[in-house]
Design a protein around this ligand. Sequence first.
Ligand code: NAP
Length: 276
Amino acid sequence: MAPTTPTPVALITGASSGIGLAAALALIEKGWAVYGGARRVDRMQQITDAGGTAIELDVTDDSSMTAAVERIVAERGRIDVLVNNAGYGSYGSLEDVPIDEARRQFEVNVFGLARLTQLVLPIMRELGRGRIVNISSIGARIYEPLGSWYHSTKFAVEGLSDSLRLELAPHGIDVVIVQPGPIRTEWNTISRESLLERSGQGAYAEQASRMHANYTRVDEGPMSASPEEVAQTIVHAVTTGRPRTRYAVPFSAKAIVGLRRLLPDRMMDAILSRLA
Ligand code: NAP
């Protein structure tokens, strides 16, 4: 979407770290009024220093989301773009992950995204335009052992986004999906820790330990990219006149998505089961 007058306004969730922080800084550099939201406001000083606004936002807390949106409308009178980026990876075998944790995974990665979108939509509909960029994952195209809950949330984000794109088109609002591959952020530490915490012992311990070792190699290897690279794709998805419906980034993610299209399930299973 081309910048308009007055200054276009973006709300980016999960802006205290990794992809969200990098996207906030990149969009500020493009001249946008950026509101970065996260629970750790102290981790968003860079956004404030660059001329953006850091707001406390917990996507599992309705009043926190309502207050954030009300503040932006009071200060700017508009929200042109919502980047739903907040999320984390909850790993461990399905048998080992407590259902309450599975619900929390959905609360952050899916229901938080959906509720914030509900709050922003009336503002975009009134403007007659807007763009919602949902940060999914290549994990919505492939799957991993001991990752059933995380993958479920990202598959859900994609189904939700595709339906929403059709639903919102008559209102001039577009929905774009970004599918990062392996990116060097705190996400890796959080997901690896959850994997070992839940399945590091017991029936799935060997798989968990192999997977942990393999992922450490991926994190450090050439397949993984910086959050800044994903941020450039997000900036493109936000600012281009006619975005694609989904963007896989970096190159390794594009290759994996392409492979998934070509290979039958059993062949994919053979490849992906080597992870663990
Ligand atoms: P990250 O560095 O761990 O950042 C995650 C962000 O989400 C943090 O700013 C965190 O902020 C926020 N967050 C978590 N829970 C929240 C909550 N309840 N309310 C509000 N904010 C919350 O990870 P990242 O890699 O940048 O992840 C960003 C997105 O990319 C996620 O949706 C992730 O699933 C997706 N992704 C990442 C990778 C990867 O390899 N890194 C790959 C594919 C997809 P606070 O803790 O301060 O609230």
